[in-house]
Design a protein around this ligand. Sequence first.
Ligand SMILES: C[S@@+](CC[C@H](N)C(=O)[O-])C[C@H]1O[C@@H](n2cnc3c(N)ncnc32)[C@H](O)[C@@H]1O
Length: 228
Amino acid sequence: MIAVVKNGITPATPSEGPAIWARAFAVLYDPFVWVGERAGVRALRRELLGRTRGFTVEIGSGTGLNLPHYPDELDELVLVEPDLPMRSRLEKRLSSTRRRVRLVDAPAERLPFADRSVDTVVSTFVLCTVDTPELAVQEILRVLRPDGQLLFLEHVRSDSPRLASWQDRLAEPWRRFARGCRCNRAIRELMVTGGLTLDDVREGSWPAMPPIVRPLIAGRAQIGTSNG
Ligand SMILES: C[S@@+](CC[C@H](N)C(=O)[O-])C[C@H]1O[C@@H](n2cnc3c(N)ncnc32)[C@H](O)[C@@H]1O
């Protein structure tokens, strides 16, 4: 039986661009990333999400591409998505699954969960888009239990100065096209500076996508101060 609980705690729809593009972007998102998903990202999602446990909160769930990869035995799965057109696509996908999921309308910067209550936070291609990523990291730290984990898959600022300079040059047009996505954001540094310890970080490339969003990192982060 499908169980979707909506919890509209806040009118959180991101305000990037006109409403018509917001709706079009939500419709075009899956076809746009489809080749990349087939060429490797789906496998990365499967591997990453196989590590989820306990009470799991996914931020910025989008159209729900992670949904098929969650283990059955989670205590609870909550999908957080503040954008109305994305959330509508997500609801559609949820209507064809038997999994029990709670769907919440909230931004990553204001998560409606108690301190130290969450075992796993999942973020895939989201920290590039949130308006105040430092705040989102602080919220993740706040809601995670002391032994909790953040599982992430994100596109990041390139280590190559040449590609990074293209990312800077094209940041603004890309942000407008991709509804707030910052292709030049240094997400690994952001997480570390915020107080997360990263382990098991894998670097990769997002296949079949423009070079400015190809550099990827995937892995696990926990609350802590030392980073290897
Ligand atoms: C590139 S999409 C990624 C969707 C999905 N996580 C995936 O892996 O395909 C970025 C998502 O972040 C959401 N988003 C934007 N601002 C956000 C915020 N402040 N907090 C949480 N999610 C946000 C967008 O609505 C969108 O669904």
